[in-house]
Write a protein that binds this ligand. Structure first.
Ligand code: MEZ
Length: 554
């Protein structure tokens, strides 16, 4: 493919015409005025997909019965099990371990490392390969207040401001206080952070931050984090066993009501396995692949909300599960890349959002939900979006500004992955802008936890995107990579402590494994007259077009 169409090239001329004045203003620190609090509220209410009443309804069963969530989430919470508990022989255990970690992304792997350091044998069960997760897809950075002009206190204020003061305070305090320690931990594990020639960390602003505290590894920060934690887990393979292509499909409780393992499904052999564990850490990530409100997603293929489905059946309450993050800048052209992330770092380095007339229309570093609302407003209400050849509408992200503001070669150096991604399609983003529109990026809510990642079910812990409360109703950039590591580490610690001191009685001592909670939940589905529930967890999304399915199944 050879870049933009002639029509789009013609429109780019309008961006180029206003660029010199915009660069001049940016050099003088004359930025587009940020919205007032009243305007923010109004923009969210009118334009943000979360604030629409369509596509949502009250969930009919379980501990959040009556709470309004997106339709796609409700259907999964009301889904029926993949297994018939009566057909599973719980006396035949395939694996015994101290700690079972469900999910092999950054959070799960961090949890495994810390549990192992605290004397536990660990099994990591992961749906695809170790590391296939949203962690590796996170691009622009990880926050941590480790600079002289900054403090966890400022970081805390930014997080709760960005979350519209709906965050759970103890979780925010845990995250922001542990952040400098986590950055140091990553550095000790060998992470290659971006640094100045004198060895100081390079840091940038993200949307909604009052200090520059975004640490990065080019635009592949998550992949670099995953590299070092996965390597470390491999180095400890005597104690940390990784079961790949083995998603958990149901949690196991014991007859004392404690979480005591999980049923895994081997995607290759199609067999079920029983893992008995003294403690379980849920780190399955989020729900991007549910495509809520019909949005494309930046998420990896396995982001299908499995953790919330299993934990809900075991009785865990969900927090803020109605809140979804749409990252302001997802790709809308070329078509092959639709939904993929364009890191916020692009705006952190100086790019602006520009409409069809070549005008800047909002402050580029508003918190994400506000920024997305501004883009939707510009396209839908004002009709000032740009249309792609297949009819998608979006706005320009003027990346060539970075070269003018920060010197030639900055785009290639700071955004190598984005540069290559577009180059493949004949677009040089150091010279041409990108076309973007919000993309479904993050599940803001999830399992209710405390600051040690404990859930209401004894022996069950949770870390990262599967949980709710840390970010409130809107997460700021770079706090997801931080969240997974802070709470991965904390849950690893707490689970190990519980294993050592807290599990009285075990299998064989009058205590049995059970799936009774699943049977009870299925009865609840019947009582609530849920007809033809879908099967959950979903495990993988099904993109087979209906007409193909019809042909295949007759
Ligand atoms: O935290 C994120 O979601 C992140 C780092 C994304 C990005 O814009 O790069």
């Amino acid at each position: 493919m050879s870049g933009y169409t002639p029509e789009l090239k013609e429109l780019i001329k309008k961006v180029e015409a206003t660029r010199p004045q915009r660069v001049e203003r940016a050099r003088k620190n004359q930025h587009f005025t940020a919205l007032t609090m009243e305007q923010r509220k109004e923009w969210l209410n009118k334009y943000h997909p979360d604030y629409k009443s369509e596509g949502r309804r009250p969930v009919k069963v379980g501990s959040n019965k009556g709470d309004v969530f997106p339709e796609e989430v409700c259907s999964l919470l009301e889904s029926k099990s993949r297994i018939n508990p009566k057909n599973i022989d719980l006396t035949k255990v395939d694996y015994e371990t101290d700690v079972l970690v469900i999910g092999g992304g950054g959070g799960g792997t961090a949890a495994a490392l810390i549990a192992q350091e605290n004397g536990c044998k660990v099994i990591v069960a992961t749906k695809l390969r170790h590391g296939d997760s949203n962690t590796v897809m996170a691009e622009g950075g990880i926050q941590g207040a480790d600079q002289e002009c900054d403090s966890p206190y400022y970081h805390y204020i930014d997080v709760v401001g960005g979350g519209h003061f709906s965050n759970q305070p103890d979780l925010v305090a845990a995250m922001t206080n542990d952040a400098p320690l986590v950055i140091q931990w990553l550095e000790n594990l060998g992470m290659m952070f971006d640094k100045h020639p004198d060895g100081r960390m390079k840091v940038q602003h993200g949307g909604g931050t009052c200090r520059k505290r975004m640490h990065s590894a080019g635009d592949m920060t998550g992949a670099e984090i995953m590299r070092v934690v996965r390597d470390e887990a491999r180095n400890r393979s005597d104690d940390i066993k990784v079961l790949e292509f083995s998603p958990a499909v149901e949690l196991l409780l014991d007859t004392e009501g404690r979480c005591a393992g999980a049923v895994l499904y081997n995607l290759e052999t199609k067999e079920y396995y029983i893992v008995h564990a003294k403690a379980v850490i849920m780190a399955t990530g989020g729900f991007g692949r549910l495509h809520i409100q019909g949005f494309p997603t930046s998420n990896h293929y396995g982001a299908t909300a499995d953790g919330i489905v299993m934990a809900y059946r075991a009785g865990v309450k969900m927090k803020d599960l109605d809140s979804t993050q749409y990252h302001p800048t997802g790709v809308i052209y070329p078509e092959q890349n639709v939904g993929l992330l364009i890191t916020e770092k692009v705006r952190g380095l100086g790019s602006q959002l520009i409409n069809i007339d070549g005008e800047e229309f909002c402050f580029p570093l508003e918190p994400r939900d506000i920024e997305s609302s501004c883009i939707i407003k510009e396209c839908i209400e004002k009709g000032k979006g740009i249309m792609t050849p297949v009819g998608r509408v979006g706005v320009w992200l003027d990346s060539p500004m970075i070269e003018l503001l920060r010197g030639e070669g900055t785009v290639k150096r700071e955004l190598p992955a984005k540069h290559i991604q577009f180059k493949r399609y004949g677009i040089d983003i150091s010279k041409e802008p990108m076309l973007v529109y919000p993309t479904l990026h993050y599940q803001n809510g999830g399992l209710q936890i405390n600051d040690n990642g404990e859930t209401s079910v004894s022996g069950l812990y949770a870390a990262g995107e599967v949980t709710g409360g840390v970010h409130g109703r809107n997460r700021l950039m770079g706090n997801s990579l931080l969240d997974i590591l802070v709470f991965g580490r904390r849950t690893g610690n707490k689970a190990a402590e519980y294993v050592k001191t807290g599990v009285k009685g075990s299998r064989g001592q009058g205590v049995k494994l059970t799936l009774e909670h699943v049977e009870k939940f299925e009865k609840e589905l019947k009582t609530a007259h849920i007809k033809e529930p879908i099967v959950g967890p979903m495990i993988l999304p099904d993109y087979t077009p209906d007409h193909v399915k019809a042909r295949r199944w007759g």
